[in-house]
Design a protein around this ligand. Sequence first.
Ligand code: SF4
Length: 346
Amino acid sequence: MATDKKDIRALTKDQLRDFFVSQGDKAFRGNQVYEWLWQKSAHTFEDMTNVSKETRQMLEDHFVINHIKVDTMQRSSDGTVKNAVRLHDGLIVESVLIPTKTRTTACVSSQVGCSLDCRFCATARLKRMRNLNPDEIYDQVVAIDNESKLYFNRPLSNIVFMGMGEPLMNYNNVIKAIDKITSPEGLGMSPKRITVSTSGVPKIIKKMADDDVKFNLAVSLHSAIDEVRTSIMPFNETFPLQDLKESLEYWYAKTKRKISYEYVVWKGINDSQKDIDAFVAFCKHVPCKVNIIEYNPIDDGEFQQASHDALENYISALEKNRIVVNVRRSRGKDIDAACGQLANKS
Ligand code: SF4
């Protein structure tokens, strides 16, 4: 039901303390409620069992808790779990739990739909409807952490912002969510276990370096030739490779942290020697590692995985130039949970 009440999780801890004082109560009550909201992920005021009934009613009168709800959950034959998550306004985003022998990784969404228009991506077909709030991003992580404990007997070990949406187009909320995820008052995860993956928004990459963020940066590059990149990622016209390169140099100069490049090789698009040479040259600007990602078709057949030989040519050229390269097999393909496949089909 629509309500004018404010989401209590939009308040900072200090604002919550001030609220209690304004109600003639003690400021420390704000700390208690804050702990319920974040560390204990309370879904309702009723859950706050060490808070008096009168206080819970007073909170109910003033606020709502817009908690996400996992609408449907699908499990892949390889163990991958995909959640379709319903937001308070009825919109849906997806998040994925990817288990391996040594890790359980959450892949979370940052927008409903996407601001960008990568032609190989299913999410791009949903126009951007809105940005996710920090608590909606945080809740996806909590839901996956719980599933990880339930299905794999271990907590979540890593988080990647590689779900629906371009995280740097929702930078402020992504940063607020990461603050909560890493805070001892939230999940207390190390920022070193978090990777923000972007298609490359140079101005925000520089801002992240200025903000001295401690998480990792990955860039979905897919081509180091402007014409090719623009043909598959049209926003490259606005943010060309030269600007991206400069922003990555700036990032490395400030943070001294390597960049990961995500790279898919498609037949007839970026599988020639010219493409390989351009990519190797791009990789030499800033210390980096490369993840070559298997392509997951999204129905229309326009994009096809390149041949085994083309992949080998990329790998040997990178290795010859002492660039670390991993090949990532996709997970959860049978439930459309793999990279580029998230599109609310469930
Ligand atoms: S690949 Fe990422 S940035 Fe590009 S359209 Fe898809 S979700 Fe958006």
